[in-house]
Every structure is written in structure tokens, then in C-alpha cells.
Design a protein around this ligand. Structure first.
Ligand code: ZZB
Length: 261
């Protein structure tokens, strides 16, 4: 499975992350990124936040002289065999941290119209898939949309500051004939999905939105405005790779839970 790794640069750690990372000298002068694995690079214009699993274990990994990546150990190990480590096949972990203290960290999401976005909790983050970090596009991902609605409705239950979700409206980025330019919210409403716990309906909604966007979607914004999603996808991926905001991340097939199997 070939993913695009998206580099979300840490602008300011949450208070808890700050406290936990105090004294990790190796971070000084380094650019630290939460790295998300996506199959939809063309949707990066619509990023409104970033999700981690509160109980998922993450590491800070030295990737090269300048960059430190936050992701699961599993992903860092795969990366170490793909030219993303100081020494081939060798993982250099600087620190280990759970998702929960990362919540509230401010990051810069490439191509997003929002100057910065927040790291937020999602219940359905799989530690065994991608990097364990999920970048959120509520306009085109039903899971992302409904999770954001959960957080807006119950900030104290989810232990977040309401300001981390307020003002981060889904961004219309892809026009579709059947579901309009906010396909995920539209399908969530059509199917009366109430929360991120509605797993079966969410899987169906994802399939519907995925197909509609891929086969009939047109880009509404950005550098390839007017082009079809199919045409724009590789172009936007290459654009972000050329600006060093993204990279190719391959995941060994047999370890992946993917749509194509
Ligand atoms: C941005 C995005 C925008 C995504 C969208 C989807 C959609 P699949 O097809 O089942 O393989 N993802 C990545 N890693 C994880 C993880 N560890 N746990 C949970 N979700 C994860 O799913 C690939 C997608 O699953 C990835 O692409 C990522 O979300 C998420 F508009 O990135 B995507 C209709 C889907 N739309």
C-alpha cells in the first residue's frame, strides 16, 4: 500500500507535551513533525485538525540531521528501510509518548487554509495502520467529520479546550454531482450518523464518499482547480513532495488493513 506521508510541523506543544519533553535536548534546533499517512493527498487543502489515539504509543524519531517525526514505532521501522532514518534499517527513537499528552498541540498543516490546526483525539485510530497519526479532512472524510462534531458537542467529555475546534469549519474543496461540495457532512446527514461510535454506517459512508469523490469529483480550490480528482491526485502529491512537505511511505501489504485488501 503506497501512502503519502504528510508533514505537520509542530508550532507549539501542548502544556502536557511540553512538560514531558522538557530535557529532551536532542530536539533543540530540530523541526518536529507529526506525520500522517493518507491515500487522499488532493484533500490536503481541507485539513482542519489532526487526530491521534489517546492510548496509542508514539515515538519521536530522528529521521535526518534536521527532522524529527512523531509516529508509531512500527511506521518508523518501515521508514528506516525506505531512506527515512539516519542509518539504513536502524530506528533512532529519542522519546516515547502516548497520544493523550499530544492533544492540544498546534501544528502547521500543508496546503490548509488555516494558519495552524490542533491535535485532537479520535477513538477509531488504528495503531496498526499508516503512521497512527491521521490528518483530518471533514469535508471529504465521514470519520473526520463526525469525530469533529463529537468534539464540538462534548469538549469536556473528550477533555479538550472548545477553542481547539471552534472556527474550524469543513472547507469545500471538491465538487461532486451527487453530494455537492461537502460530501462527507452531506452523507453523514443522509445516513443519520450520530457519532464516531456508529462504525458500520461510517464504513458505508466512507465507501460512498470515496467513490463519488474519486470518479466524479472536481477540484474547487488550489493549484489544480478545475481538474478532476483523478488527475489532480498525483500532481498535488508531487507538489508537496517537491516542497518537502510530504514523502512516499510504503506499507508492507500483508500488514495493512486496507480497502483493497
Ligand atoms: C486524509 C483523508 C481525506 C482520508 C479524505 C480519507 C478521506 P482506507 O481507505 O481504509 O485504507 N487513516 C490513515 N491511518 C489511519 C489510522 N491509523 N487509523 C484510522 N484511520 C487512518 O483508509 C485510508 C484513510 O484512513 C487515510 O486517508 C486516512 O484518512 C485514514 F477525504 O487521509 B485519509 C472517504 C475517505 N476520505
Amino acid at each position: 500500500q503506497e501512502y503519502t506521508g504528510i508533514k505537520l510541523r509542530v508550532l507549539e506543544w501542548s502544556e502536557k507535551a511540553k512538560a514531558a519533553l522538557e530535557g529532551v535536548g536532542a530536539l533543540e534546533g530540530k523541526n518536529v513533525f507529526l506525520v500522517a499517512a493518507t491515500l487522499r493527498p488532493e484533500t490536503m487543502y481541507g485539513q482542519t485538525n489532526c487526530y491521534v489515539g489517546t492510548e496509542v504509543k508514539y515515538g519521536l524519531f530522528q529521521i535526518n540531521e534536521s527532522d524529527v517525526f512523531v509516529c508509531t514505532y512500527r511506521a518508523a521501522r518501515n521508514m528506516a528501510f525506505q531512506g527515512l532514518s539516519m542509518e539504513h534499517g536502524v530506528v533512532s527513537q529519542l522519546f516515547e509518548i502516548k497520544g493523550s499528552p499530544l492533544i492540544g498541540t498546534k501544528v502547521k498543516a500543508p496546503l490548509s487554509k488555516y494558519k495552524f490546526v490542533y491535535v485532537l483525539p479520535m477513538e477509531n485510530v488504528l495503531p496498526t495502520k499508516g503512521t497512527g497519526v491521521v490528518t483530518s479532512v471533514p469535508s471529504d472524510s465521514p470519520d473526520d467529520y463526525i469525530t469533529l462534531q463529537d468534539l464540538i458537542k462534548k469538549p469536556s467529555y473528550y477533555n479538550i479546550d472548545p477553542s481547539w475546534v471552534s472556527g474550524y469549519e469543513p472547507v469545500p474543496i471538491i465538487d461532486t454531482p451527487t453530494f455537492g461540495d461537502l460530501a462527507a457532512p452531506t452523507v453523514c446527514k443522509l445516513k443519520k450518523i450520530n457519532s464516531q461510535k456508529d462504525r458500520v454506517q461510517l464504513a458505508e459512508a466512507k465507501e460512498m464518499v470515496y467513490k463519488e469523490g474519486f470518479y466524479s469529483g472536481l477540484m474547487k480550490v488550489g493549484d489544480f482547480k478545475g481538474k478532476s480528482v483523478q488527475e489532480a491526485k498525483p500532481l498535488i502529491k508531487d507538489l508537496m513532495i517537491s516542497t518537502n512537505e510530504a514523502f512516499v511511505y510504503d506499507e508492507p501489504e500483508n500488514l495493512v488493513m486496507s480497502r483493497s485488501g
